[in-house]
Design a binder for this molecule. Structure first.
Ligand code: DP6
Length: 342
């Protein structure tokens, strides 16, 4: 490399003038086998592996602009400045800035096309989009696995939104978190499941996933059993996905979801993420399946019910959920792609 090329590269790294920006889209994912609990809070390493599906209809669009005139990072989420979320965003940006060897602060503007913080996986799509856009703005070429590791440090579920279709997140064992990443299990086109999402409450949830899982780990007598039985559920779900065995996936996913909520309900003080309509939806999905309609439910740290079904069954599942008092809206989605620059 010539001296002038090196000098040019050094000047670019310092970015004394001029701004760099990139935009990315990442889609939400729903875990069928859940992540709940951390092995290492500082590195945000999960205590358990998880398996998810990435959706095509729910996404975050994030724009990252590196601006030398900024003294601190800025975050605008859905049109509002969100100071309380800035630490997590800056921590994620710092990992990438360190790798790129730059200190320039960033203006992050992100928007979700679905309700934020209501148990619809906005942190998953948000951090996957952030990492993808920031790496683009910093001109860093990350492998998807590297992007997944960085996204995990923003939000554990975000590690999965880097990929499309069916995705498995490995808890990992390495003390530095280097083997705690997600990877694709099966392309969405290979088994195009659909999802009907019953929205039973709007607005942000009272206890976020992060504090909910900390509380469960500290105080729930069921937490150890939750962690101790996860590998069996992961193996069953992996096998069901490999065989496209809907009934087997339905059984293990509903079991795993209710077990996660049992661990949360056993916390002190208890965590109850459901409302009455949540329970009605859950019963409706169980009745549909009992009557031969291929559908099963999952519920995250919020009151919304996600009904996963085979494509032919989707209109029927959607109509059944819409008819339940207390269901405010039903969103529908197929399976989608991984995070991408736009
Ligand atoms: C119930 O990924 O939001 O949705 O890593 O603390 O940001 P942090 O948690 P987060 O937790 C998601 C929990 C869940 C289950 C899941 O998505 O696997």
């Amino acid at each position: 490399m010539t001296t002038s090329t090196r000098a040019k590269q050094a000047a670019e790294k310092a970015w004394p003038s001029g701004k760099r920006r990139a935009s990315a889209r990442a889609r939400a994912n729903f875990a069928l086998i859940k992540y709940w609990g951390k092995a290492d809070a500082r590195l945000n390493v999960p205590a358990v592996g998880s398996i998810s599906i990435t959706l095509d209809a729910l996404w975050s669009d994030t724009d990252v602009e590196l601006d030398p005139s900024l003294a601190a990072d800025e975050l605008v989420l859905d049109g509002q400045r969100r100071a309380e979320q800035l630490d997590k965003v800056s921590a994620c940006l710092d990992i990438l800035r360190e790798r790129a060897g730059v200190r320039t602060r960033a203006r992050v503007v992100s928007a979700n096309n679905f309700p934020t913080g209501a148990g619809l996986a906005s942190s998953a799509s948000g951090f996957a989009a952030l990492v993808t856009a920031a790496a683009g703005a910093l001109d860093l070429e990350l492998t998807p696995r590297e992007a997944s590791i960085v996204a995990r440090q923003g939000s554990g579920s975000a590690a999965r939104s880097v990929f499309g279709g069916f995705v498995e997140m490995h808890a990992g064992h390495a003390p530095d978190g280097s083997d705690s990443f997600a990877e694709p299990l099966l392309a969405g086109e290979a088994w195009p499941l659909e999802v009907a999402i019953a929205v039973t409450a709007k607005g942000e949830k009272e206890v976020g996933s992060r504090s909910g899982m900390t509380r469960s780990a500290k105080s729930s007598p069921y937490y150890a059993a939750w962690v101790g039985t996860q590998d069996g559920d992961l193996a069953a779900a992996r096998a069901a996905i490999g065989l496209r065995d809907f009934e087997a996936l339905a059984e293990v996913a509903e079991h795993n979801c209710l077990k996660m909520h049992a661990a949360a309900m056993g916390a002190v003080p208890p965590l109850l993420y459901w409302n009455g309509a949540t329970v009605e939806c859950l019963n409706a999905v169980r009745q549909l399946r009992a009557s031969g309609v291929p559908a099963f439910f999952t519920i995250d740290a919020g009151p919304q019910v996600k009904a996963i079904c085979l494509p032919d069954a989707r209109p029927r599942v959607e109509a059944a959920l819409r008819a339940i008092p207390g269901v405010l809206d039903v969103l529908v989605s197929g399976l989608g792609a991984g995070a991408e620059l736009r």
